[in-house]
Design a protein around this ligand. Structure first.
Ligand code: G6P
Length: 607
């Protein structure tokens, strides 16, 4: 999703902003631009496509100035053309913006009626016009901001640069993320602390509805009604050293290989390595009082939630539903008193998940945030936070955050089950030991990466691919299909194996690879019947199973992948790895951009 940066420095702003925008590339975008104030006037450079195109423009036509704003745009209102690229300028005001100004049509009509001429079809441009009109009326830029903010509806973040003002940036946020960075005689603003990491780690996070005045000497923050407030300065946990691909070809490949560590760190956030006992964060600490768990999430995080539902029911003995945040946010769901909602989000910024969290609160639920970014909006709005310790994730297709979420959920289920007396001490210990063994098993799978290459080649050439799984393997089938379609553009569907006979079976012929996720667990025999149905119709079977499963069914598979033996409860975490590897290697085979697939964004801050 759009990336924002703003710089007030003692050095040329353009290179600093390009560097920050590169660190925001992972969010996904399709055009980019910069503006500075130089010699009192605004100067702007923009390009459609990737940052390399903007860099070429800058080489031909350099941009001077030590104060500036920059942007990577993920198109919402209007195609990714140069005209629609940010910054948008009206008179003396330039704006970069993330999110949506919902009442832009009415504001645009009002501005056009008053004589304004628009250059783009974006919603953003109305903000530049509104501010410019106020400043033209003789008020200061700060006063203009105070007047314009109440007129805007929607979820957004934006940063403003004003001609003639070389020591001023104005920044505002409502629901969309924005971080202010404090420097020595410098001030910065960016979509997240990652963008600002090499510039500063001293961060001030704006609260929802805040706007701020940045000068090199310091920052003033105001609430939506114009009251000045103090927002605490924090030291960001993200360091510049954490942001790199190391020796890997893509962030996604690195992040797949980061998983033994990400899982182990997350595990120890829930389970005490000394005693093996698990701890519960609020609002789950009153384990006996939890009437129901409602998991709210989007994308891959939703599939972690779907997996967790099985654990919460069978290990913790708690009623549990996993809900798509984009649907739940507007539902009048009937939820019990004493219910807990868990908002799951790698970024902690997905707007639908944030809105679902707010809906859950309004429906009387207490909320736990399961997020990978401690400073995120979802973390700050929840009643309690459990952090996945996956480290920054840059590949658009989530990998290590997913297995870290699974690990945290299983740890929570064990702790809840033990605290509620649903499982006894011995069973809790068995599960903790099984979970402790996962990082090592994951490392074993990763060592055999080559094993997946011939299958990945097959998938890269397919038109349609089916992923089947039952019980705990069903969400992994969904995740496998999502990964493949996201980064290779091959059509893939994940299905509950038992549902295959109600539809997808019609698609099966010798051209359709069918990936069957089947550890030898309680669901195995039924999945085996579904595999037989695939084979009877000539489908090409890729079987992901363990030694016992291979013994029983291996002969019927066109490709057989034998994974290490693990307890059935932890198998989803392990079986996530081969489906990630298959998608990644298929993307490499096809030559698609695994880190920044077309049209997708890392952190989706629009509705
Ligand atoms: C986007 C990303 C996915 C991610 C989803 C939810 O679609 O491309 O990788 O799973 O958003 O993001 P979140 O940050 O809330 O987990």
């Amino acid at each position: 999703m759009c990336g924002i940066v703003g710089v007030l420095s003692a050095q040329p702003a353009a290179p600093l902003m390009m560097d920050a925008l590169r660190r925001l590339e992972y969010r996904g975008y399709d055009s980019a631009g910069l503006a500075t104030v130089t010699g009192g006037t605004l100067a702007r450079r923009r390009a459609a496509g990737k940052l390399a195109a903007l860099q070429e423009v800058l080489e031909r036509d350099p941009l001077a100035g030590m104060s500036g704003i920059g942007h990577t745009r993920w198109a919402t209102h209007g195609p990714p053309t140069v005209e629609n690229a940010h910054p948008h300028v009206a008179g003396r005001v330039a704006v970069v913006h993330n999110g949506i100004i919902e009442n832009h049509a009415a504001l645009r009509a009002e501005l056009v009626a008053a004589g304004a001429t628009f250059e783009s079809t974006t919603d953003t441009e109305v903000v530049a016009h509104l501010l410019d009109r106020e400043i033209a009326d003789g008020v200061s830029p700060e006063q203009a901001m105070a007047r314009v903010m109440p007129r805007l509806t929607g979820a957004f973040a934006f940063v403003v640069l004003v001609a003639g003002q070389e020591d001023l940036l104005l920044a505002a946020r409502r629901a969309s993320p924005l971080a202010i960075g404090l420097g020595d005689g410098a001030a910065f603003v960016g979509s997240d602390a990652v963008a600002l990491a090499p510039l500063t780690r001293r961060i001030v996070y704006l609260e929802d509805g805040d706007w701020a005045v940045l000068r090199r000497s310091g920052v003033q923050v105001f609430t939506g009604d114009g009251t000045q407030v103090i927002r605490r300065e924090q030291v960001s946990t993200v360091s510049a050293a954490m942001i790199g691909k190391g020796n890997y070809r893509h962030f996604m490949e690195k992040e797949i290989h980061d998983q033994p560590e990400a899982i182990a760190h997350t595990l120890h956030a829930v389970i005490d390595p000394g005693t093996g006992s698990a701890t519960l964060p609020p609002p789950l600490d009153d384990a006996l009082g939890v009437a129901k768990i409602t998991i709210l999430a989007a994308g891959t995080s939703f599939y972690a939630g779907l997996t967790a539902r099985y654990w919460m029911e069978s290990i913790a003995g708690i009623a549990c539903e996993a809900e798509l945040a984009s649907e739940f946010r507007d539902r009048r769901a009937v939820l019990p008193a004493g219910g807990v909602a868990i908002a799951v989000s790698q970024s902690g910024e997905s707007l639908d998940t944030l809105m679902a969290l707010r809906n859950a609160k309004s429906l009387g639920q207490r909320v736990l945030a399961l997020v990978n970014v401690p400073e995120s909006t979802i973390a700050r709005e929840a009643d309690g936070v459990l952090l996945t310790r996956a480290g920054p994730e840059f590949g658009v297709a989530s990998t290590k955050a997913f297995t870290a979420q699974l690990t945290a959920f299983l740890g929570l289920a064990i702790a809840l089950g033990a605290a509620r007396g649903h499982i006894d001490e011995g069973e809790a210990l068995r599960l903790v030991i099984a979970l402790e063994g996962v990082p090592g098993r994951v490392a074993t799978v990763l060592e055999a990466e080559e094993r997946y290459l011939p299958i990945a080649r097959d998938l890269a050439r397919a038109r349609d691919v089916l992923y089947l799984g039952r019980g705990l393997s069903y969400p992994i089938a969904l995740e496998g299909a999502l990964k493949l379609k996201e980064i290779t553009y091959v059509h893939a569907e994940g299905y509950a194996a038992g549902e295959m006979k109600h539809g997808p079976i019609a698609l099966i012929d010798e051209h359709v690879p069918v990936i069957i996720v089947a550890p030898s667990d309680g669901w195995f025999d039924k999945t085996a019947s579904n595999m037989a149905e695939v084979r009877a119709r000539g489908g090409r079977v890729v079987l992901l199973t363990d030694a016992a499963g291979a013994e029983a069914l291996g002969e019927g598979a066109d490709h057989l992948v034998i994974l290490p033996d693990v307890a059935a409860e932890v198998a989803p975490i392990l079986y996530a790895i081969p489906v990630q590897l298959l998608a990644y290697l298929a993307a490499v085979e096809k030559g698609t951009d695994a880190d920044q697939p077309r049209n997708l964004a890392k952190s989706v801050t629009v509705e």
